[in-house]
Design a protein around this ligand. Sequence first.
Ligand SMILES: Nc1nc2c(c(=O)[nH]1)N[C@H]1C(S)=C(S)[C@@H](COP(=O)(O)O)O[C@H]1N2
Ligand SMILES: [Mo]
Length: 232
Amino acid sequence: MQTTSDDTARPRLPPGQRVRPDFPRFGIVAFARQKLPASGVRIEILGAIEHPLVLTAVELATLPRVTQRADFHCAAGWSHLSLEWSGFRFKDAWEQLILPKARPTAQIELVVLRCQDRYRTALPLADLLAADVLLADRLNGEPLTVEHGAPIRLIAPAHYGYKNAKHLSHLELRPDEHGYRAQVRLLDHPRARVAQEERGQFLPGWILRHAFRPCIEPIVRAIKAIGDSQRS
Ligand SMILES: Nc1nc2c(c(=O)[nH]1)N[C@H]1C(S)=C(S)[C@@H](COP(=O)(O)O)O[C@H]1N2
Ligand SMILES: [Mo]
């Protein structure tokens, strides 16, 4: 095995990732154009449940607040290291609010994450129950900005950025994958684990690594231009 001095000097990056010193607003360009409602936290629970349930800041504030540091890895190939997120564990929201109040009518395996900008993605419930998965409303000691997902977003550090749904508005509980169609089918891997390089569907991660990388700068620029025009 070969070791270089680099290996010890730098934190280890997952396969195929490159560090970015900035943390850009990123994602699907069309969704960045969507006008978001100027509202507080409002996460509606729907799907296989007995009782409709809406989680606002009031319900979430009954859960312990947790702060954690994590690296953020976009499937296009950039990583930003050591972000400090604060919010509530998804597991706590599930066990203390969703299970007792919404009362699922079946064994839930899939949770669809729907967002105010019409973006959606999904993760297996088992992945969402990991201790480092947060419903985050603060970043680096400040309230979350629109750029990074206000009023609240999912943070799942073991999964690529596209599972980290911004502007979260609905959690749809489903017994299984059956009948769920991914929105961005070429991209959205069912689990998208960074360590396994599950960048996307149908093609191995090490191929997609090269296909996605040239898209990074154009996307960063396009989304930044949208933000600038919305502010002016
Ligand atoms: N609602 C919503 N969430 C989203 C996206 C999006 O377009 N809309 N893009 C995803 C992608 S591809 C990435 S890499 C991250 C980027 O998060 P950031 O803008 O805070 O850097 O958000 C993810 N969550
Ligand atoms: Mo991404």
